[in-house]
Design a protein around this ligand. Sequence first.
Ligand SMILES: [Zn+2]
Length: 326
Amino acid sequence: MKRQILEFLVCPACLPDEVPPALIERDSSGSDVIDGSLECGRCGTIYPIKSGVAEIVPPSMVFPDGTAARYEDPAMLSEYLWSHYADMFQDPEASTSYTEWAGEFSASAGTALDAGCATGRLTFELARKFDFAVGIDRSMSFVSAARKLLRTGKLKFQVREEGLICSEREIVLRWRPINLEFIVADAHALPFRSGAFAGVASLNILDKVSRPLDHLLETSRVARLRQAQLLISDPFSWSEEVCPPENWLGGTPDGNFSGPALENITGLLSGTGALVRPSWSIARRGAVWWKIRNHANHFELIRSVFIKAERAGGWKAQDSVRMMMN
Ligand SMILES: [Zn+2]
């Protein structure tokens, strides 16, 4: 874990109180802490740093719904690595989705967060547009692979061709950024102080968490109050296995979030409700085609619809008044 992200960190178990953890180093290499821990002086939680990977998940959220474990499956890792990096080994079936999502961000000073980064492609892209980028994901195998790619610039992995037959691919990064970091964290309780990030992305995760509203509010909380950009993109493949319908942000005929999720999220971010303060201006809405490869002859083509939101100014006087009234 690069020491420089310490300035953004808070204990996720103590949220909404923002308590910075203390860093205990046992082994380090330059700016990287290889072995150690982050310890909260308030609640006493100790978050390990092993082989350079910080795991900052509250004890109460360790695989709360049982579904997160499937993201540790080697086959899933292979599919995500292909989806993120196939263009880097000139696969003719590669998609351009991650460069399209990155293209929605304007270059800016400050740090960007890729919340639910999986194997990290967007985080690498955000590091080209911001001073620094941080990717978080619940999957240790995703984060370890992304970190290895960051450290060495290359990564070999197996893809399934047919049945039990696999073959090797090698990702070789076309550029070697050092201004980024990956950590294991939970999208429901981001271990960052409020207003830390100039850019925040949440790609294809809202329909994979058990409390999508909490995740959405977390992305807004950690974004700066002014001069901030937010990209929310998701196919809204709601599933009762992951999340009860009463928690969905759309896709139900009645309830608080009936109708299409894109409309409901637009309303949450830009509306006059008290949940998101200050509210966001919606700059654009659109769609990106995202591709997953299962094997040589089976691909999933997923339409991920997005909202690009921006905060240009700061607090308006009427926002402060409304906030006090709520
Ligand atoms: Zn704590």
